[in-house]
Design a protein around this ligand. Structure first.
Ligand code: FAD
Ligand code: YCP
Length: 389
């Protein structure tokens, strides 16, 4: 082991998609950057693994719409730099109770922001979306430019381009200690590294790392059962047949949303999941065996996706790190300005990662960030009225 102290401009802890994109932007800006991960890469114990994620602009909040727009440009740039295809356009079907507030808000955001979309009338629904039953009382729209991101491939591409710009990756090195200061010292099991600034992008392990720098955030770590369901007629819900991704708001079966991606990575299997899960310790993820969501999904499949066998063929695991308002944390440490935190991506952060990496790199370089980061500030968590305490 090399115990000599090496000095960097910036150290990024966490080589998931957010840390990898942060490192990519830093290296592009000629910063000598070290990207550390506790596990040997690639691995499937965090939040960025798996073949696919949804990319969509259909969000209630304008700030997310603008951030996705910026992300599309940067995704295209990474596709060119790495020479790989990272996005396939499928469209996104959004279904939800016509009179529900969130459905109405997304609908008006789509209209006000000029997001390309088709509003489907009930009588024409099945002609556009075969093999899906639209719930009575639900409205439906298709965001036509949304699609599927190839997640594992994207993580690899960002890391490869980072290394191409001279960035260093050290995997299999868990950060065990952080000493703040004008030069930050980071100790792993096998090395000591120093840098002018530090970015913590540690996913579900964020709070464990923040204990070293005297901070805790209100983050909840959830285990997600990633379920794949067999098509009764192969191809009926496939990318090839232009079946879209979907989000079902307020399903009758449960409190949280249900969503899906067309069959693609495992031919004949459609990914369809519950947008929540049970709390877990990230180091003991597989001890969390709650599968009540799978029963909920089965009932939903029977009712709305009659072309799928209502028992999952494959169940994989992933984690969400959720904040109380489901908005991210993108901010400086409140006392140590040269420590920057990206956390709480709340199950929807992948699509934004090129922009997240950009703003985290800007914060760590002491620059004014390209986007308004007020929704993502740490001090929003401590603004509850004192009387509530
Ligand atoms: C099932 C599922 C579906 C999702 N669907 C979508 C979607 O459709 N669209 C979308 O946009 N987003 C989606 N997301 C969310 C998205 O995948 C996440 O927001 C994103 O992957 C978070 O990335 P991250 O880099 O923060 O975390 P991670 O990928 O977990 O990376 C953190 C890294 O930090 C490392 N680390 C932690 N502690 C240490 C330490 N002490 N020392 C060294 N390294 C350390 C970990 O090993 C890990 O590699 C989904 C997530 C899940 C789980
Ligand atoms: O980020 C997304 O677009 C999806 C929506 C459904 C839940 C999981 N994440």
């Amino acid at each position: 082991a090399n115990m000599a102290s090496e000095e960097y401009d910036c150290i990024v802890i966490g080589a998931g998609i957010q840390g990898s994109f942060t490192a990519y932007h830093l290296a592009k800006n000629k910063k000598k950057t070290l990207l550390l991960d506790q596990f040997f890469l690639p691995h499937s114990r965090g939040s960025s693994h798996g073949q696919t994620r949804i990319i969509r602009k259909a969000y209630e909040e304008d700030f997310y719409v603008h951030m996705v727009e910026g992300s599309y440009e940067l995704w295209a740039r990474l596709e060119r730099e790495a020479g790989v295809k990272l996005i396939t356009r499928t469209g996104l079907l959004l279904m939800g109770p016509e009179n529900a507030k969130d459905f109405q808000l997304v609908k008006s955001s789509v209209q006000n922001n000029g997001i390309p979309a088709v509003f489907l009338q009930r009588h024409e629904f099945s002609q556009h979306i075969p093999n899906v039953n639209l719930t009575p009382g639900d409205g439906a729209l298709v965001e036509t430019t949304a699609g599927v991101l190839f997640a594992d491939r994207a993580v690899r591409a960002a890391q490869m381009v980072f290394q191409g710009y001279g960035g260093e990756i050290k995997d299999g090195q868990k950060v065990l200690q952080i000493e703040p200061g004008s030069v930050v010292t980071v100790k792993t099991g096998s090395g000591i590294y120093r840098a002018k600034s530090l970015v913590i992008a540690a996913g579900a392990w964020c709070n464990e790392l923040l204990t070293h720098v005297g901070l805790q955030l209100p983050l909840q770590v959830l285990k997600i059962n990633v379920c794949y369901w067999k098509e009764k007629v192969p191809g009926s819900y496939s990318v090839k047949n232009r079946f879209p991704c979907f989000i079902q708001l307020h399903p009758k079966e449960a409190e949280n949303d249900i969503y899906g991606l067309p069959s693609n990575e495992y031919p004949g299997l459609m990914k369809l999941c519950y947008h929540s899960g049970s709390e877990t310790n990230p180091d003991e993820r597989d001890k969390q065996t709650d599968k009540s969501d799978v029963e909920v999904l089965s009932r939903y499949v029977v009712r709305c996706f009659p072309g799928l066998v209502p028992v999952p063929s494959v169940v994989e695991s992933c984690m969400y790190t959720v904040t109380p308002d489901q908005n991210f944390v993108l901010d400086h440490h409140p006392t140590y300005r040269n420590i920057v935190i990206g956390a709480g991506f709340s199950g929807h952060g992948f699509k934004f990662s090129p922009v997240v990496g950009k703003v985290l790199s800007e914060l760590s370089m002491g620059q004014v960030p390209s986007y308004d980061l007020s929704p993502f500030r740490i001090d929003r968590f401590s603004t509850q009225p004192k009387s509530a305490l």
